[in-house]
Design a protein around this ligand. Structure first.
Ligand SMILES: *[C@@H]1O[C@H](CO)[C@@H](O)[C@H](O)[C@H]1NC(C)=O
Ligand SMILES: *[C@@H]1O[C@H](CO)[C@@H](O)[C@H](O)[C@H]1NC(C)=O
Ligand SMILES: *[C@@H]1O[C@H](CO)[C@@H](O)[C@H](O)[C@H]1NC(C)=O
Length: 975
C-alpha cells in the first residue's frame, strides 16, 4: 500500500511556494493587494541569487522590499525595478495586481515565456522595460489598445516573434519604443507614423520586410530612428527630411535602393547617418556638407559612384567617415586635412587613385583603411616622413591590396598604439623589421603576399598582444624562431608558402590559445614535437608539403587531423597519412614473482607459496609507434602466454621487460609495461591472442576507443584504450585509482577486471556486455523491435541503483549518457565508464566539460559556472535527462530544420500545458501506464533542476522510482 500520494509530492516540489501559502493569504483579513501580487509574482520565478529574500509574505507592506518603491502617502507600489537580478522563469499574473505601478523594469534577467496580454492596460503604467530576457511568443494585436498612459516600452533583446501589433499606432502617449533584437516579421504598420509624441523608435535586428511606409513626416518629435538589420526594400520616403529634430538615423543592413532622398539636407541637427550595406546608387550628394552636425557618416557597402564631394571638408565635427566598398572614383580632397576631428577613415575597396594623402597622418586619425585604393608609393618613404607625434595615435592601418614598394623600415616601431597593421598584397621587399616586437598593442600583423625575404625576426616573441600573425606567400627563409613561444596571445599563425627550414619548435606547443596554424609549403624538416598534442583549442594545423618525418603527435586535435593537412611529407607516418610507423620489436613479458607483491598493495590477495611463477609472452603488444595505436590500427598481439604454474585467486603482475623469455630481473626499460588482472584468473594464461583492429572497435567516448576481444578461454572482454594519456596521473596514482575502481562491484555496473600500464599506453579491461548500448536501443533500433515500457522502467531503475551505489562510495560518474548504459542479455542495464575522471591529474572543470561531459544535453548547468562547486548532483542532472530520453525516445537535443529542441524544456513546457502524456515515445502509445509515465517524467524534470541543491539524492530517486512502479501492472507485460 502506498502511504504517500506521489504525484502530490512531486508537484509540491514544482510549485512549492504558490501551493504553500496562497490559501492562508486569502483568508487573512489585512489583505494587501500589492503584497499578494508581488508574492504571486515571486512564486512564478526562480531566484538563484536569492535577491528577493527580503520579500516576505508575512509583511504588511512591501515598501521596504528590495527593488520596490512606494508612493509615501498611499503606500502603494509605484516602481518595481529588478534589473539584472538573475531571475528566471515566467512573468505570471501577479504583476497585474499592482494597480498603481508606474514603472516596471525586469531588464537583464533570464525570464522566459510570453507576456500577459493585459500588461499595457495597467492604467498607471508609464514605463515597461523587459529588455534582455528570453521572452517569446506573439504580442497580441490589441496589446496597445487601452494603453493607459504608457510612455516608454522596451522589449529589446528577447525572442518575440509575429507581427508588430497594429494597435501600436493608437497608443498616443508613447515617446519611446524599442523592439530591437527580436524576431518580429511582416511589414511595419503605417499607423506608427501617427505617434506624434514619439521621440525614439528602435526596430533594429528583426525580420521586418516590405517598404518603409509613407507618412513618416507625422513623427515631428522624432530624435532617433533605427531600422537597421531588417529586410526593408524600396526607397527611403522623402518625408524623413521633415522630421527636423532627427539626430540619429540608422537604416544600415537592409535591402533599400534608390538614391539618398535630397530632403535629408534639411536635417541640420543630424549627427549620425548610417546607410551602409544597402543597394543605394547615385553620386554622393554635394549637399552632404550642409549636415553640419554630422559626427559619423557611413555609406559603406553600397553602389555609390562619383567623387568625394569637396563639401565634406565643411563637416568640422566629423569623427567617422566610411565609404568603403562602393564605386567611388578620383582621390581624397586635399582640403580634408581641415577635418581635424577625424578619427576613423575608410575608403577601402573603391576605384580611387592617387598617392597616400600626407594629411592623413598629420590630422590625428587613428584608424586608416585604404585597402584596394590603387595607392602606389615607396612605403619606406612614407613611414620615414611621418611626424612622430601623430604616429603614436594610429591604432588601425590597412594599406593592403595596393602597389606599395620598398622596405618596411624600423620606423614602424614608433607606431606605439598600433593594434592592427595590414600591408598584405603589396610589393614590399626586404626583411620583416625586428621593431615589430616593440609594438606591444599590436593584435594583428598581416604582411602576407609581398616579396619579403630574410628570416622571421626573433623579436616577434615580444609582441605580447599579437593574436594573428600572417606572413604567408613571401620569401622568408631560415628557422622559425623558438622565441615564438613567448607570443602567448597568438591564435592564428600563418607562415605558409615561404622557404622556412629547420624543425618546428616545440615552443609552439606552449601557445595555448592557438586555433589556426598553417606551416604548409615550406622546407621544414625533423619530427613533430609531441607537445603540439597539448594545444587545447586547435581548429586547423596544416603542415602539408614540407620534409617532416616520423610519427604524428598522439592525442588531442591530432587524432582527427585531416589527411590534406599532412600530405606531401614523404617521411611522415601515422594513420592520417595512411602509413604505419615502423614498429618497435615486441618484447617478451616475464613475471617476476617478487615484483608482484611490491606492485600490488596488500589490499588484494597476493601470490603465496614458494613456487616460482614465470609467465612469458613471447610476442606482446606491437605498441610500436603510439600513433598507430591511437588511430585504431592497433595490433596488439598477445601470444604464447604460458603459465609454468600459477596460484588461482592471485593477482598477477606482468612487468614487460627487455631480454629473453627467462630474463631474471625486470628492467626499467621505457617499453616495459604492466598487466594486472584483478582476478588473477588462469584462463588468461593459456595463450591469449587478441588482434585489435578497427573491426573490433566497439565505440569511442570522451576517454578513448573501446575494443572487444576474446581471451583464449573463450570469454570476451572489452578493452578501453585511454586517449587522454597525456593527462593521466603518474603510475602510482593511476594504479591506486584503478584498483579502487576495480573493487566496485554492483549488478548494474560494468565490472573493471584489470588494466595494462605503460607510460605511453593505458588499457582498462572490462567485463564484456553483449546487448548494445541504451542509445542504440532507443535511437537506432529498427521500427518493430523497441524497448517496452517494462524494459524502460527496469533500465531507469537499474541505472538509478548503480548511481546510488557509486555515490555511496564517493565516486562521481561525470559522464552519464545513454551510450554509457549497456544492456545485457537479460535486459538489465549496466552503467559503464564510471569514475574515469579520477584518473586525470586535476579535476579541472574545463577538462571535465570539454573532454568528458561533452555529450550534448547531459551536462549540468553548473559546469558553465565557475562559482558553483561540482558535486554528485551533476550526475543527478545527467540521470534526469536520461530518464526523459528513455520515456520520450528522443535525444536530449534534437536538431530540426531551423530549430533546436532541448528535451527538458520541451517536456517542461508540455507539463505546464497539461499535455505531458503526448511526450511519451510514439512507439509506446497505448502500451504504457500513464500513472507510471507521468510521475517518471516529473521526476526527470526535478532531477534536471537548474539549481543543484534542488535535485534529489540518487538514493531518494531509487525510493521514488520504487513507489512509482504500480505493483499490479508491474507484472504484466506492457510491450
Ligand atoms: C542567464 O542564464 C545563463 C545560464 O543559464 C547564465 O550564464 C547567465 O548569467 C544568466 N543571465 C543573467 C542575467 O542572470
Ligand atoms: C534598445 O535596447 C537595446 C537593448 O537594451 C539597447 O542596446 C539600445 O540602445 C536601445 N535602443 C535605444 C534607441 O535606446
Ligand atoms: C527644407 O526646409 C525648408 C524650410 O525650412 C523648406 O522650404 C524646403 O522645402 C525644405 N527642403 C527640402 C529639400 O525638403
Amino acid at each position: 500500500m502506498k502511504m504517500i500520494n506521489l504525484s502530490t509530492l512531486l508537484s509540491f516540489w514544482l510549485v512549492l511556494l504558490l501551493v504553500a501559502f496562497l490559501p492562508v493569504r486569502s483568508l487573512s483579513p489585512s489583505l494587501n493587494d500589492d503584497v499578494l501580487g508581488l508574492i504571486v509574482f515571486k512564486a512564478d520565478i526562480q531566484d538563484p541569487s536569492q535577491k528577493l529574500s527580503s520579500w516576505n509574505e508575512d509583511d504588511d507592506t512591501p515598501c521596504n522590499w528590495i527593488g520596490v518603491k512606494c508612493n509615501p502617502r498611499s503606500n502603494r507600489v509605484t516602481e518595481l525595478n529588478l534589473e539584472g537580478f538573475s531571475l528566471s522563469g515566467r512573468i505570471g499574473r501577479g504583476l497585474l495586481q499592482l494597480k498603481f505601478l508606474r514603472k516596471l523594469s525586469l531588464a537583464r534577467n533570464n525570464l522566459s515565456g510570453s507576456i500577459s496580454p493585459n500588461l499595457a492596460k495597467l492604467e498607471s503604467l508609464r514605463i515597461i522595460d523587459l529588455s534582455e530576457n528570453s521572452l517569446s511568443g506573439f504580442i497580441p494585436d490589441d496589446f496597445f489598445k487601452q494603453c493607459g498612459s504608457l510612455r516608454s516600452i522596451s522589449l529589446a533583446r528577447n525572442r518575440f516573434s509575429g507581427k508588430i501589433p497594429g494597435s501600436l499606432g493608437s497608443c498616443a502617449t508613447l515617446a519611446a519604443v524599442n523592439l530591437s533584437w527580436n524576431q518580429f516579421s511582416g511589414t511595419l504598420p503605417g499607423g506608427v507614423w501617427g505617434l506624434s509624441g514619439l521621440r525614439s523608435l528602435d526596430l533594429s535586428a528583426n525580420l521586418l520586410e516590405g517598404e518603409i511606409p509613407a507618412g513618416i513626416e507625422g513623427l515631428n518629435n522624432l530624435r532617433s530612428i533605427d531600422l537597421s538589420k531588417n529586410r526593408f526594400t524600396g526607397h527611403v520616403p522623402d518625408g524623413i527630411g521633415s522630421c527636423l529634430l532627427l539626430r540619429s538615423i540608422d537604416l544600415s543592413m537592409n535591402l533599400l535602393s534608390g538614391s539618398v532622398p535630397h530632403t535629408i539636407r534639411n536635417l541640420s541637427l543630424c549627427s549620425y547617418l548610417n546607410l551602409s550595406m544597402n543597394s543605394f546608387v547615385g553620386e554622393v550628394p554635394g549637399w552632404i556638407g550642409e549636415l553640419k552636425s554630422l559626427e559619423a557618416l557611413d555609406f559603406s557597402v553600397n553602389n555609390f559612384s562619383g567623387q568625394v564631394p569637396e563639401s565634406i571638408t565643411n563637416l568640422k565635427l566629423l569623427k567617422v567617415l566610411n565609404f568603403s566598398a562602393n564605386g567611388i572614383t578620383g582621390s581624397l580632397p586635399a582640403s580634408m586635412g581641415r577635418n581635424v576631428n577625424l578619427l576613423v577613415l575608410d575608403f577601402s575597396q573603391n576605384s580611387m587613385t592617387g598617392d597616400l594623402p600626407g594629411w592623413i597622418f598629420k590630422s590625428g586619425v587613428s584608424q586608416v583603411s585604404l585597402s584596394e585604393y590603387k595607392l602606389g608609393a615607396k612605403l619606406s618613404n612614407i613611414i620615414s616622413a611621418l611626424p612622430g607625434a601623430s604616429l603614436q595615435k594610429i591604432q588601425v592601418l590597412d594599406l593592403s591590396h595596393n602597389s606599395f614598394s620598398g622596405e618596411i623600415t624600423n620606423g614602424i616601431g614608433a607606431l606605439s598604439s598600433l593594434q592592427f597593421l595590414n600591408l598584405s598584397r603589396n610589393s614590399l621587399i626586404g626583411p620583416v623589421p625586428g621593431t615589430v616586437g616593440e609594438l606591444k598593442a599590436l593584435e594583428v600583423l598581416d604582411l602576407s603576399h609581398n616579396l619579403l625575404n630574410g628570416s622571421i625576426p626573433v623579436e616577434v616573441g615580444g609582441a605580447s598582444s599579437l593574436k594573428e600573425l600572417r606572413l604567408n606567400a613571401n620569401f622568408l627563409g631560415g628557422k622559425i624562431p623558438t622565441s615564438i613561444g613567448t607570443a602567448f596571445s597568438l591564435t592564428t599563425l600563418i607562415i605558409s608558402q615561404n622557404n622556412l627550414s629547420g624543425p618546428i619548435p616545440a615552443e609552439i606547443g606552449k601557445l595555448n590559445n592557438l586555433e589556426n596554424v598553417d606551416l604548409s609549403f615550406n622546407k621544414l624538416a625533423g619530427t613533430l614535437p609531441k607537445q603540439l598534442a597539448n594545444l587545447p583549442h586547435l581548429l586547423s594545423f596544416n603542415i602539408s608539403h614540407n620534409n617532416l618525418q616520423g610519427e604524428l603527435p598522439a592525442g588531442g586535435f591530432f587524432n582527427t587531423i585531416s589527411p590534406t593537412s599532412v600530405s606531401g611529407n614523404p617521411s611522415l607516418c601515422g594513420a592520417a597519412v595512411n602509413k604505419s610507423c615502423p614498429a618497435v620489436l615486441p618484447k617478451p613479458i616475464v613475471l617476476n614473482p617478487n615484483s608482484s607483491s611490491d606492485s600490488i598493495s596488500g589490499e588484494l590477495p597476493t601470490t603465496v607459496g614458494h613456487k616460482r611463477i614465470i609467465l612469458s609472452i613471447s610476442a606482446l603488444i606491437a605498441i610500436g609507434a603510439a600513433a598507430v595505436i591511437v588511430v585504431g590500427v592497433i595490433s596488439i598481439t598477445v601470444l604464447n602466454l604460458r603459465v609454468r604454474s600459477s596460484t588461482s585467486r592471485s593477482a598477477v603482475a606482468l612487468p614487460l621487460s627487455g631480454g629473453d623469455e627467462y630474463s631474471r630481473s625486470p628492467t626499467t626499460d621505457a617499453n616495459s609495461g604492466k598487466l594486472v588482472m584483478f582476478s588473477g584468473e588462469p584462463d588468461f594464461s593459456t595463450g591469449a591472442h587478441a588482434l585489435f583492429t578497427k573491426d573490433c572497435e566497439l565505440g569511442r567516448g570522451g576517454f578513448g576507443a573501446v575494443y572487444r576481444t576474446v581471451l583464449q578461454g573463450g570469454r570476451s572482454v572489452a578493452i578501453k584504450k585511454l586517449t587522454v594519456s597525456s593527462l593521466v596521473k603518474s603510475q602510482d596514482e593511476f594504479e591506486r585509482e584503478v584498483k579502487k575502481l576495480g573493487k566496485i562491484r554492483h549488478p548494474n555496473l560494468v565490472a573493471l577486471e584489470g588494466y595494462y600500464w605503460t607510460p605511453s599506453l593505458q588499457l582498462l579491461i572490462y567485463e564484456s556486455v553483449s546487448g548494445g548500448s541504451l542509445y542504440k536501443h532507443l535511437h537506432e533500433g529498427s521500427g518493430g523491435n523497441h524497448l517496452s515500457w517494462n524494459d524502460r522502467f527496469n533500465i531507469v531503475l537499474g541505472t538509478a541503483k548503480s548511481l546510488a551505489h557509486l555515490h555511496q562510495t564517493n565516486i562521481i560518474h561525470y559522464n552519464i549518457k545513454s551510450s554509457n548504459v549497456l544492456i545485457d542479455g537479460s535486459g538489465e542495464p549496466k552503467l559503464g565508464d564510471f569514475g574515469l575522471a579520477r584518473l586525470l591529474p586535476m579535476l579541472d572543470r574545463y577538462v571535465l566539460s570539454s573532454k568528458i561531459q561533452s555529450a550534448l544535453g547531459y551536462m549540468a548547468p553548473e559546469f558553465a559556472c565557475r562559482t558553483v562547486k561540482i558535486n554528485e548532483k551533476c550526475d543527478v542532472y545527467g540521470f534526469g535527462v536520461l530518464v526523459l530520453e528513455v520515456v520520450t525516445g528522443k535525444r536530449p537535443v534534437e536538431y530540426m530544420e531551423d530549430d533546436v529542441v532541448v528535451l527538458c524544456d520541451m517536456v517542461r513546457g508540455a507539463l505546464e500545458e497539461g499535455r505531458v502524456e503526448e511526450c511519451v515515445d510514439q512507439r509506446l502509445q497505448g502500451k504504457f501506464p500513464a500513472e507510471e509515465a507521468i510521475p517518471m517524467m516529473k521526476l526527470g524534470l526535478i532531477c534536471t533542476s537548474q539549481v543543484p541543491s534542488n535535485r534529489p539524492e540518487m538514493g531518494e530517486v531509487v525510493n521514488i522510482l520504487e513507489l512509482i512502479r504500480c505493483p499490479s501492472e508491474g507484472q504484466e507485460d506492457m510491450g
